[in-house]
Design a protein around this ligand. Structure first.
Ligand SMILES: Cc1ncc(COP(=O)(O)O)c(C=O)c1O
Length: 419
């Protein structure tokens, strides 16, 4: 699955550096393994914010049941990529009147309401248009398992309605003529690598859903269970066993449905981003210069944090750890085992900030100018979450591998393109 040196060099010759390569064959094989291990009542939604590249979106279209959106801009991109807005759900705090109007006008299937104030804005937009918009209410649960490395729920946050206020919020939704409640939505956190914690989180969400549905006598068409399935980024982390996870979730969900016939016609959504694309992207940059100074060896690349920000350790991590990184041009010495051939090196980008540190004291094969360095696990929140305009370098070209073809998925752009 990992990009080899010969292929990387051929791509670099053809397209220049830096570049991203998304291996969609591998991504789709993984998606199929997940899909087939889950029951039919589950719909898998692709989360656009993880990687909204148009070719990536287009390629996922026939393979997922719908999309999770986070902005009206993503709605436009998804429509351009051929998706039907009916099969989209949008979430996010602070949706403005204009965002909501674009979603209602655009026919988005579900708007996930995150507060009573937002409900007021949405109700007004829909009523003004003589429409009734389908909604879920997003609930911020009291507890989220600690194994979720990034938590949106389980404490105070801007996301959703606190579980303890959910009943009152549901009353408000049910009383608003501009909307129709079709379900509940709980997205508690992400980047969880423990199968048992993912199952526990789902069961915790289902318990909240059951309590509220019984209290309010709701028959729900949809329960959006979030997801938060993680991928390994750092040494010592292991990938989730995908078929085993799917089977474990499916078994518990079916057991719960049997015990609760109120939900026999309900569809259950998992909205996944990094799990579907994160492991299948590689960012590749070329070594421009080596600088040995004050006991350290700096490997300076032609790309860096402006293209692949999470590798710096500043995106959702408390402690800066190295992403999986290799000297693609020189195999062999990329190992944690110490030797002279892989003495620690500092990998950095060309920006004038100490933040542009892409790997620290990393044991990869001793790099020389011209070598290609690859950062793996860079398919999600990488291009999409990078400060591309910072210091006005060109953007990296994005390539997509599908079958025998590698195609340009987004061309390299100069900073002046954004003027
Ligand atoms: C509401 C919601 N859904 C889905 C996701 C996707 O998360 P991930 O890419 O970790 O699967 C996020 C991530 O922040 C989110 O906030």
């Amino acid at each position: 699955m990992e990009l080899g040196g010969t292929e990387a060099e051929a791509l670099a010759k053809a397209h220049g550096t830096p570049f991203y390569l998304y291996d969609l064959d591998a991504a789709f094989a993984h998606l199929a393994a997940l899909r087939t291990s889950l029951p039919d009542v589950v719909d898998l939604f692709y989360c656009v914010k993880a990687n909204g590249n148009r070719k990536v979106l287009e390629a996922f279209r026939s393979r997922v049941a719908g999309l999770d959106l986070s902005s009206a801009g993503e709605l436009d991109m998804a429509v351009a990529a051929g998706y039907d807005p009916k099969h989209m759900s949008i979430a996010g705090p602070g949706k403005t009147h204009e965002d909501l109007a674009r979603c209602v006008d655009g026919g988005v299937g579900i708007i996930s309401v995150e507060s009573v104030a937002e409900l007021g804005r949405l109700g007004k937009v829909a009523r003004e248009r003589g429409k009734v918009q389908d909604v879920t209410l997003r609930i911020n649960p009291i507890q989220t398992p600690k194994e979720f490395a990034m938590r949106m729920g389980g404490g105070a946050s801007q996301f959703g309605v606190p579980e303890e206020e959910a009943e009152a919020a549901l009353d408000a939704v049910l009383a608003e003529p501009g909307v129709r409640l079709v379900g509940l939505h709980i997205y508690a956190g992400t980047q969880c690598l423990e199968e048992s914690a993912i199952v526990e989180n789902m069961l915790g969400s289902l318990a909240i859903v059951l309590r509220l549905a019984e209290q309010k006598k709701l028959s729900l068409e949809v329960v959006n269970l979030g997801g938060g399935f993680g991928i390994p980024y750092f040494s010592g982390q292991a990938a989730v066993d995908t078929p085993a996870l799917g089977r474990a979730l499916g078994a518990k969900l079916e057991e719960w449905r049997m015990a609760n016939p109120r939900f026999s016609a309900t569809r259950f959504i998992f909205e996944l981003g990094r799990f579907l694309i994160g492991r299948y992207g590689t960012y590749v940059a070329r070594v421009t210069e080596i600088k040995e100074t004050r006991g350290k060896r700096y490997v300076i690349l032609d790309g860096g944090m402006h293209h692949c920000f999470p590798a710096t350790g500043n995106f959702g991590s408390m402690v800066k750890k190295n992403y999986p990184v290799r000297n693609l041009s020189r195999g062999g010495a990329d190992t944690e085992v110490e030797s002279e051939a892989n003495a620690p090196q500092e990998i950095c980008g060309p920006l004038c900030t100490p933040m542009d540190s892409m790997a620290r004291a990393v044991r990869i094969a001793r790099a020389e100018p011209g070598d290609l360095v690859g950062f793996f696990a860079s398919g999600a929140y990488s291009f999409a979450a990078s400060p591309l305009l910072f210091l006005s370098h060109d953007t990296p070209v994005e390539l997509v591998k599908l079958g025998a073809d590698v195609a340009v998925a987004r061309e390299r752009m100069p900073a002046t393109r954004f003027w």
